[in-house]
Design a binder for this molecule. Structure first.
Ligand code: ZN
Length: 249
């Protein structure tokens, strides 16, 4: 490899690390009011939290759909499953900068399936497989990555969904939504949305959320979502937001 290329790589890594520090400061500042939403038991856990910060954190990234299940599809033929995997994989790479271990429910164009349960439907088997991967990982956090689609052409912007069986889900969802609006989509006025309809999240033992990264049905947003530079920025905001949530004081 040429020296110039090495220097460029080092400079890129350095700029990402500096940006990470900036984003962590920004997020911790901007999200300070969210601390009030923590359960009443949090202060009593302060000492153990200080110890656990030296431990490696673990995150499950779940690229939605895959294989025979393409998810949403743009008018131009872009498949949601492909963008989900691209964003999830880039996010996993950035998380390694924060010393965060990542388990992906899929890292290729395959639909996860529970091989020992042939009696289940494809969908049921998929949900069980993703649930098993997440719960077996004993992860600190779970994020499912999806793309949105809606017939009205002007729908745009990322939105984070959460379920209420774990009070930390709303806190994590707020971290994500706020970081995206602050750092990447200043025009995004969407708010986090509580739902009981996400079967997978209801069955997880760790804090979790699902993000719809943007609308495949809106041409200029689709163009952004397919752009590698935009994907890197989006993934970096997700990774830094996850790190900020996991390492919050
Ligand atoms: Zn989806």
């Amino acid at each position: 490899m040429k020296t110039n290329n090495l220097i460029r790589i080092y400079l890129a890594i350095l700029s990402y690390l500096l940006a990470a520090i900036f984003l962590l400061l920004l997020c911790s500042d901007a999200l300070a009011p969210l601390d009030r939403k923590k359960p009443a038991t949090m202060p009593a856990q302060a000492e153990s939290t200080a110890v656990s910060q030296t431990e490696i954190k673990r995150v499950v990234l779940d690229a939605g759909h895959g294989g025979i299940d393409s998810g949403a599809q743009s008018a131009t033929g872009v498949l949601e499953k492909d963008l989900n995997l691209q964003i999830a994989t880039k996010t996993a790479q950035f998380l390694s900068l924060f010393r965060i271990e990542v388990i992906q429910t899929r890292d290729s164009d395959e639909l996860p399936q529970a091989g020992d349960k042939p009696e289940l439907s494809v969908k049921q088997s998929e949900m069980l497989a993703r649930e098993r991967i997440a719960n077996a990982a004993k992860a600190d956090l779970f994020l499912s990555v999806h793309m949105n689609s809606y017939p009205a052409a002007e729908c745009r912007g990322a939105q984070v969904f959460f379920t209420e069986q774990n009070p930390q889900n709303e806190v994590f969802a707020s971290f994500l939504q706020h970081s995206i609006a602050s750092c990447l989509q200043q025009e995004n006025s969407r708010t986090i949305k509580s739902t009981s309809q996400i079967y997978l999240l209801n069955r997880l033992s760790m804090p979790s959320a699902l993000i719809e990264c943007g609308f495949l049905s809106t041409p200029d947003e689709l163009e952004s979502l397919c752009d590698e530079d935009y994907q890197n920025k989006f993934a970096f905001v997700l990774a830094s937001s996850i790190a900020a949530y996991l390492y919050q004081p």
